[in-house]
Design a protein around this ligand. Sequence first.
Ligand code: UD1
Length: 428
Amino acid sequence: MDRIRIRGGNRLNGTIPISGAKNAALPLMIVSLLSPGTLTLSNVPRLADVRLLQRILQNHGIDITVAGKRAGQTGMGDVMHLSAKDIVDTTAPYDLVSRMRASFWVLGPLLARCGEAKVSLPGGCAIGTRPVDMHLMAMEKLGATIEIENGYVIASAKKGLKGAHIVFDKVTVGATHAALMAAVLANGDTIIENAASEPEIGDVAECLVKMGARIEGIHTSTLRIKGVTSLKGAEHSVIPDRIETGTYAMCAGMAGGDVLLKDANANHLGAVIDVMQRAGVDVEVRNDGLRIHRNGAALEPVRVDTEPFPGFPTDCQAQLMAMMTMANGTSIIRETIFENRFMHVQELARLGSDIHLHGDTAEVRGVKKLTGAPVMATDLRASVSLVIAGLAAAGETMISRVYHLDRGFETLEEKLSNCGADVARISG
Ligand code: UD1
């Protein structure tokens, strides 16, 4: 199994191109189930999760092709064509769904298009229990009958879905995606209240509109949908990854230096930019991306709660904690979205950090020095927090189980080493 070796201490200087957002690309690929036409997605990140979802969708009967390189092509990411002319199988099996939680989201579109779906209960990152009750509530409101049998959700709506008033008691990205994707083909009007307003949901909604869906309130917490009978193909470019952007911003904040995060969208990163600035890192919003700059001055401690968008994202919590391990004082970081999302703490301790957990809150006491050590990646975002700490730790940090990283970060070692970091993948 591959490992990542980091020799800490180098500043980062240069440009890091930001890839398409994993959390937008996955639901956009799933949207292709809704139409017999061809959906062409560009700026699709080259990630293990994308490849896995490709297999899951192919199993339902979707033809997927990824275009080869074109002359003069400078942008990153793949161009992917997805055609769901005939859905031949409405079952999403355990061996595929258990490896990635987002694949559970096929439930809504399969129900909407075919009137039935059998989808294994999900797996994915081990960051809390992560139930699917709100997904099922939304499908039932839209008129589906649901049974759970042998670890599978068996859903049926033989006469089609019908518009409904769906109110989520808690903000949920996944169930908002599922409800939206199902409602666009339901018979009648749907209102989704307390919808998640993460930019990735807006991106999916905009793609659905290009396909002929009728949606109002995009980018807000109330979505109003008028069902249509069919959707057509469309072309859509995936938005830049705000979590990857926040991650490299924190890499530069931790290591020091001057880095341009090319193509980053500052509008999606307000809370992250605010926290970086409070920590004493210079952030400049430019037309071509975000410039992150820190020269010598110590990092200042911060107090942050994770929150649904536009608040500080839970997917950047581990990275922020790594950056704060060397701040000039004590930071307080509270995780309000997921329980059990502190698995990085014990690995960061191996590098010499001083972190104390009190329930959902981490007290991060800044230390003067971290030292390299062998550490283990535990989940996607936790694993990249170890990279951030390793960039500033003296000596060598060796991260094992990097398949977690490969799920969500495209060519991480190349992007960092192009800016002067000593980061290498050790194969085998
Ligand atoms: C998505 C993101 C993930 C991010 C998370 C929160 C993707 C592929 N994944 O995950 O990276 O960390 O949003 O921003 O986009 N919940 C329930 N019942 C449900 C559904 C969710 O109780 O039916 C709870 C969850 O356990 C969690 C909270 O709601 O405590 C938010 O989860 P949700 O927003 O649904 O996360 P995901 O969609 O799984």
